[in-house]
Design a protein around this ligand. Structure first.
Ligand code: PLP
Length: 415
């Protein structure tokens, strides 16, 4: 019996429509993915009924014996997966993981360095409306105007001038590998702590495609739903000596009861990420991104930094006489989902910037490879080159729908 369809057809119909969208189109938002059916099952389980404030063995509620097993497994698996001394698996999101770390090592008004939002940083790295920018004195570093790579001379200079208590590394829209050792060197020189927010590339770290921040950083935070392919959530990794403070600043500092159903999903995700299949997945994500980037470059589309080392790329669509907003809408018509994005030194506004961000994690999960990426690159170029040709967009959409039939999404494979 379909309980939801019977009880609440409006919600059921919208969920079905979203499932169709995810099945029949190309999901290329760099921060999205398809979780496994096992993770979906854990996240949709009876655990959503349970309150469990506190930590395993030290709860403020009765009946926690089973959720204690689950949270302990999640912690142990997270530590093993990333080689970390300690882990807190309770943050509801990446933003809450970051906030808990800030509360653990900063006082209101302290000086912090983070990557400029307009050059690839995240809201939680000091944007003025975010709690990070409201409580702390963030100074933004950026990329080199010539090659769009992190400008370590500028970062070192800023660190000497501003004497930050914390340096935040990590990004939401940076297409290159981040050298954590260089951040650690600068933090050491100025006596700052280092936090690495690996939200975007955690799955690449887990699969050995990106260097790990764990040996270099005092705190590592991540989301679990991007390249890591888990449920929508957050995680903090740290040294054993910092765990007590981190725990206190997750609960009761910023959250109440943990979402035990999501923690169970994270435990399943961490186990999946330790398999040989996940290693192969990470490698394929990067190969696919490189092939797609090469295809777009060959078609004459300029990419920020000239390419990619990871799972994403940023295309400057102004070269085609478009803004990012229109480019996103055109690709939507074609059945390709991306997001408009600022590019470094953008002269346009955030609501209609110069770029779009494109990622390969979700298509790689469907099993698409480099041959498919060449076709996808062709469609992107064709669609964007004829932004007002609705008939062409419909043709592309049909061709994409046909391709998608050969690459079922994980939930479909179980039917
Ligand atoms: N950190 C980075 C680098 C991100 O890209 C994101 C999300 O896009 C976050 C943190 C925040 O994650 P959430 O949306 O789960 O709060």
């Amino acid at each position: 019996m379909n309980f939801l369809q019977q009880q609440d057809p409006d919600i059921w119909t919208a969920i079905e429509a979203e499932a169709t969208r995810q099945r029949e189109g190309l999901e290329m938002i760099a921060s999205e993915n398809y979780t496994s059916p096992a993770i979906m099952q854990a996240a949709g389980s009876v655990l959503t009924n349970k309150y469990a404030e506190g930590y395993p063995g030290r709860r403020y509620y009765g009946g926690c014996e089973h959720v204690d097993v689950i949270e302990t497994l999640a912690i142990e698996r997270a530590k093993k997966l990333f080689g970390a001394e300690a882990a807190n698996v309770q943050p509801h999101s990446g933003s809450q993981a970051n906030t808990a770390v800030y509360l653990s090592c900063l006082e209101v008004g302290d000086s912090v360095l983070g990557l400029d939002l307009a050059q690839g940083g995240h809201l939680t790295h000091g944007m003025k409306l975010n709690i990070s920018g409201r409580l702390y004195h963030f100074h933004s570093y950026g990329v080199d105007p010539k090659n769009h790579r992190l400008d370590f001379d500028q970062i070192a200079k800023l660190a000497r001038e501003k004497k930050p208590k914390l340096i935040v590394a990590g990004a939401s829209a940076y297409p290159r590998e981040i050298p954590h050792d260089r951040f650690a060197e600068i933090a050491n020189d100025v006596g700052a702590k280092l936090m690495v927010d690996m939200a975007h590339y955690a799955g690449l770290v887990a699969s050995g495609q990106h260097n790990s921040p764990v040996p270099y950083a005092d705190y590592v935070t991540t989301t679990t739903h991007k390249t890591l392919r888990g449920p929508r959530s957050g995680l903090v990794l740290c040294k054993e000596e910092n765990l007590k403070l981190v725990n206190r600043n997750v609960f009761p500092g910023t959250q109440g009861g943990p979402l035990m159903h999501v923690i169970a999903g994270k435990a399943v995700c961490f186990a999946e990420a330790m398999t040989p299949e996940f290693k192969a997945y990470g490698k394929a994500v990067v190969e696919n991104a490189k092939t797609l980037a090469d295809t777009l470059l060959a078609a004459g589309l300029p990419l920020v930094s000239g390419g990619t080392d990871n799972h994403l790329m940023l295309v400057d669509v102004t070269a085609l006489g478009l803004g990012g907003k229109k480019a996103e809408a055109v690709l939507d018509q074609c059945g390709i989902t991306v997001n408009m994005n600022m590019i470094p030194f953008d002269e346009r506004k955030p609501m209609d910037p110069s770029g779009i961000r494109i990622g390969t994690p979700a298509l790689t999960t469907r099993g698409m490879g480099t041959e498919e990426m060449k076709r996808v690159g062709g469609w992107i170029h064709q669609g964007l080159s004829h932004p007002d040709d609705s008939a062409l967009h419909q043709t592309i959409r049909s061709e994409i729908c046909e391709l998608c039939k050969s690459f079922p999404v994980p939930a479909e494979r179980c039917n």
